[in-house]
Ligand binder design. Structure first.
Ligand code: GLN
Length: 537
């Protein structure tokens, strides 16, 4: 079949969950046997989100091929189990960079380079790139930002042009918000009407409207929206708040979003999507009656999106262990010897988060010392693993001023240090150790047993590394380097085998945990936390 292109735009306000709708639609189409991918186009000028503070757009998600992307790509992978790549995440910055490079190279043969057609052509080329590989029946494209924003205009214009070019192989879904005015006890559709008008002004008639709402939309209200917005009433779908985002595929299917997309793109609808495994997960989620309490120690505690993939990986593993997750965010900046006991005492497990820079670092050491001394299941991820190493060096090896050269470049004990090849790099964008690398385990390590394998591939995003000059001293004192890259001997995983569960990974396992295949290390950590809780009771 010819590749079908589905565009998802948003109006009224941002943060409506275009990513979740796109991912849910993808899940439904996959469950009908189609090959699907999802891509995100972000209107900001940053070439990629790697240099953004997590407070701006939440976590930076890393693809297996080593591209730093928007956190929506994490949703795509968690919902679909399909790997994304550099091609699935495009920003205005990248589009302009390519066009400007071509201009410098003389590729435009003396022509004036303009937004239309040069920028829009480059956008269109990127939109169609994954489709042109022949690997996908459906390419879902989410356009970041809100319709009416100045910066998203070139993207919207490209969608308008593509609609003409693609004819029936194209379908536009527009997501809007229906606010509930408490004082009047009324739902209001006017913002939706305005938002659709705005789309129509730039030449796009949406095929399907998805209305985010906190309350049930009455049928006559949907008819009214349909009438004002030039769509059929059954093409007005409500996306009502649900207890978990993983129910959204079901609420979308109940309103036939998948069937609508198929008919609008000229396909015949037959049978039902196979959602057996998905439903099994949801059943576990609903039936879980016990609670597991996990603390996440980090510095971005005001914004939960900053640790999105870790949250989801913990959530999935708790669910598969038939427990509800009680996740407590613990600000590493506020943690000190005086309060650590109170804060951590009733937790079943502790995760020490990734991060950059000095802020909040001492609190991570305080947490780790407490966890190590109290033998609480503890999981250190990236900077969290590096902190495990530093804390152990200071308090077990007696190397008082041990540190990472990221925090103290004059430390006499650089147990974590910059990789040799990083020392000459001054550019910040895309220059870390990024993407998948092989990790080889000691066969009898906790990690190897958790994975059921000795060679695995996991995704990285860091500049600093365990300093192998100290390896022997750590191992003699009980912290083992159980995983390393076979080519470079860089240490990937440390453990204290004498402990219940004390494991640190230089890589980020959370990026590859999905709804249908939860990550083995998170599963193992969660089992250990639950066992610890049971022992304590
Ligand atoms: N700041 C550390 C480094 O660059 C850890 C990075 C991270 O936690 N992702 O090595």
């Amino acid at each position: 079949m010819e590749t079908k292109y589905i565009f998802v735009t948003g109006g009224v306000v941002s943060s409506l969950g275009k990513g979740i709708i796109s991912a849910s639609l993808a899940r439904l189409l996959l469950a009908r046997g189609y090959k699907v991918t999802i891509q995100k186009f972000d209107p900001y000028i940053n070439v990629d989100p790697g240099t953004l503070n997590p407070y701006e757009h939440g976590e930076c998600y890393v693809t297996a091929d080593g591209h730093e992307t928007d956190l929506d790509l994490g949703h795509y992978e968690r919902f679909t189990d399909i790997r994304t790549s550099r091609a699935n995440s495009v920003t205005t910055g990248r589009i302009y960079q390519t066009v400007i490079n071509k201009e410098r190279h003389g590729d435009y043969l003396g022509k004036t380079v303009q937004i239309i057609p040069h920028i829009t052509d480059e956008i269109k080329r990127n939109v169609k790139f994954l489709g042109s590989t022949g690997e996908y029946d459906f390419v879902i494209t989410e356009i970041g930002g809100t319709v009416g924003d100045i910066e998203s205009l070139p993207f919207i214009e490209s969608v308008r042009q593509l609609r003409w070019e693609l004819g029936q192989n194209c379908c536009c879904i527009h997501l809007t918000y229906v606010p509930y005015i408490k004082a009047a006890k009324e739902l209001k559709t006017k913002p939706t009407q305005h938002s659709v008008k705005q789309l129509q002004e730039v030449g796009i008639q949406p095929d399907i409207l998805v209305l985010r709402t906190e309350k049930e939309l009455p049928a006559d209200m949907r008819r009214k929206v349909a009438l004002f917005c030039n769509v059929s009433p059954e093409s007005v779908i409500q996306s009502i708040d649900v207890p978990t985002i993983y129910e959204v595929p079901l609420t979308m299917h109940a309103q036939k979003l998948d069937e609508l997309v198929l008919t609008k793109t000229g396909m015949t609808v037959s049978g039902e999507p196979d959602l057996a495994k998905w439903n099994h997960y949801l059943e576990k989620l609903h039936n879980a009656d016990k609670v597991v309490k996990i603390g996440l120690v980090g510095k971005y505690v005001q914004l939960q999106d900053a640790y999105k993939s870790i949250n989801e990986a913990l959530f999935q593993s708790a669910t598969y262990c038939d427990h509800k997750l009680d996740l407590r965010y613990i600000s590493s900046e506020k943690l000190h010897d005086g309060n650590v006991d109170d804060v951590l005492r009733d937790l079943d497990g502790v995760v020490v988060a990734p991060g950059f820079g000095q802020r909040g670092i001492e609190g991570k050491f305080v947490a780790l010392r407490w966890c190590r001394e109290h033998d609480v299941p503890t999981f250190g991820i990236c900077l969290g693993m590096q902190c495990m190493v530093i804390e152990f060096a200071r308090n077990v090896l007696g190397l008082e001023e041990a540190n990472s050269t990221e925090m103290d470049h004059k430390t006499p004990h650089n147990v974590i240090d910059l990789m040799e090849e990083q020392k000459t790099i001054s550019n910040l964008g895309g220059t870390m150790r990024l993407g998948e690398y092989v990790c080889r385990f000691e066969p009898d390590s906790r990690a190897a047993k958790a994975y059921g394998a000795t060679d695995v591939k996991e995704r990285h995003r860091h500049r600093y590394e365990f300093n192998n000059n100290y390896r022997e001293r750590f191992e003699q004192a009980g912290m083992k380097c159980v995983g390393e890259n076979p080519a470079t001997h860089l240490v990937e995983v440390v453990e204290i085998p004498d402990h219940r569960w004390y494991v640190g990974t230089q890589y980020h396992p959370e990026y590859s945990s999905t709804v249908l295949s939860p990550h083995p290390l998170f599963m193992d950590f969660m089992r250990a936390a639950i066992k610890f809780q049971e022992n304590n009771n």
